[in-house]
Design a protein around this ligand. Structure first.
Ligand code: ACO
Length: 217
């Protein structure tokens, strides 16, 4: 895979689990808008476990700095099928009203409303769950390169569409730059708890919405 500018992009192998987790704890969760947009402002163990579990699909990529051999970016994806929204709503019911349950509820609703399988008339899609770049390495298009390489890998593996729920202003801008299509938007200010009418998530500006992007492969 791509090896330019001292950055090597490769598929994450299971033996990298701990290093990936350490990277995500430092460079992803501390800024990801849903994680920090609601109390408690940190990730739940279930979220970490899920993200590590999808490494086994062979569809998660990391960017490695070739001089230091350190991880400087991660883009993790896994397959989904037409029953994805239904599966997520079942998980929401099992999880209950925990913070992770509320995150899953948003993701289930955007999955249902983006309606990818019907919209593109496909059966097999890859969904990006995580995109994180080392805070010191931002603005070098490492995120863009990881997402581009995911599209190449997805196509090689026979996926028909790739999608991502961009909870961050920066990841949404990046997908737009790559020419992905925005197929759904939920503004955090409008996504309110039915009981108290308060927004479920209040991330810092400029993160004001979760935008779902898709690209046909
Ligand atoms: N805070 C401030 N500025 C930022 C950030 C940020 N989080 N991210 C990017 N920028 C700036 C860059 O410095 C750059 O500025 P410049 O044009 O003045 O040089 C500009 O925005 C463009 O940067 P990109 O190259 O497009 O973004 P990059 O690949 O460096 O990082 C990413 C994007 C991965 C989203 C990064 O912001 C990040 O790791 N955020 C924390 C975790 C997160 O929220 N991930 C996305 C969640 S959605 C999902 O996972 C599918």
């Amino acid at each position: 895979m791509a090896n330019t500018d001292n950055i090597r992009i490769s598929v994450i192998q299971p033996e990298y689990r701990q290093r990936v987790l350490d990277f995500l704890r430092t460079h992803y969760f501390r800024e990801e808008p849903l994680t920090i947009g609601r109390e408690p402002r940190h990730q739940e163990p279930d979220e970490e476990e899920f993200i590590l579990s999808i490494i086994n699909h062979g569809t998660c990529l990391m960017a490695i700095h070739t001089e230091t051999e350190s991880i400087v970016g991660v883009a993790s994806s896994c397959p989904k099928g037409p029953d994805e929204a239904e599966n997520l709503f079942e998980e929401v019911a099992t999880e209950g009203p925990t913070k992770y349950g509320i995150i899953l509820k948003l993701l289930a609703e955007v999955e249902r409303d983006a309606n990818v399988f019907h919209r593109y008339d496909v059966q097999k899609a890859l969904h990006v769950h995580v995109l994180g770049v080392d805070a010191k390495m931002r603005g070098k298009n490492i995120g863009g390169r990881l997402m581009f390489e995911l599209t190449v890998l997805g196509k090689q593996l026979g996926y028909e569409v790739i999608t991502a729920d961009c909870t961050s202003y920066y990841s949404a801008r990046l997908c737009e730059r790559l020419g992905w299509e925005c197929i759904n938007t939920v503004y955090y200010a409008d996504y309110v708890d039915d009981d108290n009418k308060k927004p479920y998530f209040v991330p810092e500006p400029p993160h004001n919405c979760c935008r779902t992007f898709a690209k046909r492969l």
